[in-house]
Design a protein around this ligand. Sequence first.
Ligand SMILES: Nc1ncnc2c1ncn2[C@@H]1O[C@H](COP(=O)(O)OP(=O)(O)OP(=O)(O)O)[C@@H](O)[C@H]1O
Ligand SMILES: [Mg+2]
Length: 462
Amino acid sequence: MRGEFSGYHSEWNLGSPGGWDYQRMAQEIGRYSWQILKDKADINIELDFEHPILNPVPAFANLLIEAHRSNFGREKPSIALVAEQETLDKVGENIHFVQYLNSLPDISAYLISPDKLELRNDQIFADNNKITLLFLDFNNNVIVRLKKRYNLKPLIKAIKMGMVINPRGMEPIGAKGVFEAITSEYKNIVNETTLRRTPWTRQFFHRSTLGPDGESIPDLIQWARDNWENIILKPVHGYSGKGIIIGHKESNRDKCIQDALNSGNYIIQRLIPLTLWSEEFPYIDKKDKSLFLKSWQTDFRCFITNKGLIGFVTRFGGIPTNVGSGGGVQSTAILRSNITAKEAIKRINEAIMSLGFDFIAQLQEQIDKKSTKMGNVYLLGPIMSTLRPRIITPGHVLSLQAYAKNLWDDALKLESLWREGKLTQYVCISKEEEEIARLNPWNGQAALIASDGLFNFVDDYD
Ligand SMILES: Nc1ncnc2c1ncn2[C@@H]1O[C@H](COP(=O)(O)OP(=O)(O)OP(=O)(O)O)[C@@H](O)[C@H]1O
Ligand SMILES: [Mg+2]
């Protein structure tokens, strides 16, 4: 099919996926620089930055509003974004999103820490305002930790009443060990698009198992040693690229393997060939006063809801490609001219390069200023962007939509298996976390899933 693309997802996040507002800002910055570059270099290519699928914020807000309606009908939505106390004045994404919700007609929104919620006559209150829906910006392990210090009865009640998005019962399916279930025991229950895009994954301990090509592996640890250049080790419940061990970057394999075994709860995954998900972008080095094409790794987070695909977060950087590990967020545009993505990228890269260092350095300065003014900053400082967007075609959008729908269906099947106790060995969570998850099973209710794609939209795929 035209518009098919190659690549794999590196993980799924079903607990509390973020990044929607960083993408909104990246789109604004991307649109701004594209207009300047297009005019200056006279680039005869049409790019679309406006398609609703390129800005996940309104669709995410709709998801919350509709979830509210299914509980409270026509009552006015009153939404609490619940985040840990110490993040309330720091995480721009949450602050902006609450501002956005408040800018919509007939909606109130509050940013609040979980210990400040109140319970009166079986209703939830935040600062004396009745709440009808809560979005949690943390995972179940944080609830377990905070429960030891604070009265979280109101939050627990809200979870039980089905007022919390995402339903807490979804999170176990985001454990990275679940990819082992998909690439072994349960490969026959998932859709072809899910199976094809799930990299071979195994929980990492001394064991025999089947390898990526179905070959028999007598001892997985020895196999990891022998295949060190082509594997990656990741904590089952990792985030922000933390604790990831990339075989070919580490010379002391025995120490790395021992570290992973000691900390327990690691998976081994096939390394997705780096050239597959890297792309060249014009880049300036201010110190050297040079403008050149730089190859970045990319990470294409797809946001998926009960309505299907609602947007992306498109990241770039090294490996791991997380903003928390020094990466950036770039804009994405849909190619409207009748040429291939490869051709468009080549021509746009060349056009930007032809403008020379001085012009681009000036533009970069404007972009950085705009970025800081918008609050496009993370814990490490201003978030990097690229001079041109990631480019996908209308055909890619169709393929991504089909992929997303299948993924939602498959996650749902997996959740039902988990509830039946059939995925316990792949999920590995504490008793307390399991209790939280079982308070509110998912069952396909409104929710936001993120699937992080290491995808290639440049080369034609047959
Ligand atoms: N199988 C793989 N092959 C190659 N690189 C990988 C693979 N898995 C992960 N990576 C690299 O590590 C990064 C983070 O991986 P992943 O999304 O699995 O972990 P995470 O720490 O949970 O991240 P997040 O912050 O997105 O939750 C990816 O963006 C990619 O750069
Ligand atoms: Mg990720």
